[in-house]
Design a protein around this ligand. Structure first.
Ligand SMILES: [Zn+2]
Length: 265
């Protein structure tokens, strides 16, 4: 298989790359063989493992796809460690391809297969609403999103593999993020500036989770049925018919979505 480094994908740049601030934009003429960051390998005849490893931000083109891990972030809560990979996949074939998480694209933490999360209950991930779901991608089109891996213990090295392409990063190459960035700040700035510095302003922030919990429901756009993220019934709903809508039970009913009979959403 012929692998070579190319300039940042134009299609993804138009539609998807806006938030991928770390995505490298290179003009074609900038990519030359002498450039230490450019890669041109022939992996089929003389397979040297080192030729198949890439860094965050590398755009790697194969005959079938172009793959880029734009960034990797990490955070943890009391129970789990999370790794959030921002990836872009471009279908270079002339047919639609089905790209699935855990199969087409899989992750390893310290050489152990990572557990993928198709839903993460943390605002900065949900707000981005960018989770990379298993998806069918048309010829020439790009698909971009976040893949969230979970670990039960601390980790030091992450690999994201797409076909023969393996993107490797040490934890120091990834960005640690807070679970609720600027949560206090945001609350305070909605108040007056003078109360911002008083200690009494912080003990009563706006609760992040209201009384009726707001979550990202998975909605079947065909039937308008909404499900909790881990509902088994979703196995029977084509991925392309699934969208995430944030809300609570009442707001979903108000929007005329139909609760699922299985999960009792
Ligand atoms: Zn359900």
């Amino acid at each position: 298989m012929k692998l070579k480094k190319i300039a940042c994908v134009m299609l993804s740049g138009i539609v998807f790359c806006g938030f991928a601030s770390s995505c490298k934009i290179k003009k074609a003429e900038d990519v030359i063989d002498s450039d230490s960051s450019s890669v041109e390998v022939d992996g089929s005849d003389e397979t040297e493992e080192s030729q198949l490893y890439y860094d965050i931000g590398d755009e790697v083109e194969t005959e079938d796809f172009t793959f880029c891990v734009n960034s990797i972030k990490n955070f943890h809560d009391a129970d789990y460690f999370y790794v959030v990979c921002d990836v872009t996949y471009t279908n270079n074939t002339d047919a639609s391809v089905y790209v699935s998480i855990g199969d087409s694209i899989s992750g390893y933490l310290d050489n152990q297969k990572a557990i993928e999360q198709n839903y993460v209950d943390y605002p900065w991930v949900v707000d981005n609403n960018l989770l990379f779901r298993s998806v069918s991608i048309n010829p020439g089109r790009s698909y971009n999103g976040l893949i969230v891996y979970l670990s039960y213990k601390e980790w030091s090295r992450v690999e994201v593999q797409c076909g023969d392409v393996i993107v490797v990063a040490e934890i120091n190459d990834t960005e640690y993020v807070e679970l609720y960035p600027n949560a206090t700040e945001t609350t305070v700035t909605s108040e007056t500036e003078t109360t911002a510095t008083t200690p009494t302003a912080t003990p009563t922030p706006e609760p992040v989770v209201p009384t009726e919990t707001t979550i990202g429901y998975i909605v079947d756009i065909q039937s308008r049925t909404f499900h909790v993220p881990f509902c088994d019934e979703l196995m029977n709903v084509p991925v392309e018919n699934q969208i995430i809508i944030e809300g609570n039970h009442s707001s979903m009913i108000a929007e005329e979505y139909v609760p699922c009979g299985i999960c009792g959403s």
